[in-house]
Design a protein around this ligand. Structure first.
Ligand code: MG
Length: 243
């Protein structure tokens, strides 16, 4: 009788966990704050890189999700998020090395996730977070250089707001078997301003705001996306090498 009761109790506990509403807070990591590191300087494209943005005309390499022209403000000094939506590369990419420079607004507006938020979604799915994380507290797996909601950066190598910063990313796309199951997961290695912040991190799945990541089979190559989170983050000197 007692074992029966114990089983019933266990059953109700498990089923209630399974049906709990997925709260964004569930997946916030506040356990260990990344140490602060002061980064060094600069980077230029190597000869075999494909330039994704260097000047105004390179905006032609980007488009909106539905394939219309990208509308971000583009000048010789960079392209800026302007609330016209995310932009995607016209060319799809899988395994790659990416260099990208970005700048959050000098004038600090908002806090936490609302301050200089953007992000690079490899294959439109796997986000390396962009955020003004200079003296700006948020959950650690959501700060600059995090693999969003999965992995906090090893250290916080953020420059002050209004300063150009760089990411150098080595991304390996996930592989799927013919039956759609996962063959090998995606991985990220990331340098922030030249400092290693993600060391061959193995992803649990795509980046999700609420709930837990889960892989679903997709193409070998997909467009890269830059997020429009409503904050005027600027980008320049973006180049990529397919691996
Ligand atoms: Mg973001």
């Amino acid at each position: 009788m007692q074992t029966k009761l114990a089983f019933l109790l266990l059953f109700f506990l498990l089923s209630s966990v399974g049906t709990q509403a997925q709260e964004p807070k569930q997946t916030e990591d506040w356990s260990k704050k990344p140490d602060i590191v002061t980064p060094g300087k600069k980077f230029r494209a190597p000869s075999d890189a494909l330039i994704l943005y260097r000047s105004k005309k390179d905006l032609a390499k980007w488009q909106t999700q539905n394939g219309s022209e990208a509308q971000w403000d583009a000048t010789m000094c960079g392209m800026t998020v302007n609330r016209t939506g995310a932009i995607f590369t016209k060319q799809p990419f899988g395994d790659c090395q990416l260099h990208i420079e970005w700048r959050t607004p000098r004038k600090v507006v908002g806090d936490g996730q609302g301050r200089g938020n953007s992000g690079i979604y490899f294959m439109g799915k796997y986000e390396v977070q962009i955020l003004d994380s200079y003296e700006n507290e948020t959950y650690y797996n959501g700060q600059a250089g995090s693999i969003y909601k999965q992995s906090a950066p090893l250290v916080n190598a953020s420059r002050k707001p209004g300063k150009w910063q760089s990411y150098d990313v080595i991304f390996h796309a996930p592989r799927f078997k013919a039956d759609g199951s996962l063959d090998s997961p995606a991985t990220f290695t990331v340098f922030h301003n030249g400092v290693l912040i993600q060391d061959h991190y193995i992803l649990k799945g795509p980046s999700v705001f609420a709930g837990y990541p889960k892989y679903t089979a997709h193409e070998e190559k997909l467009p890269m996306m830059l997020q429009d989170h409503g904050n005027p983050v600027k980008y320049r000197n973006i180049w990529i090498r397919e691996l």
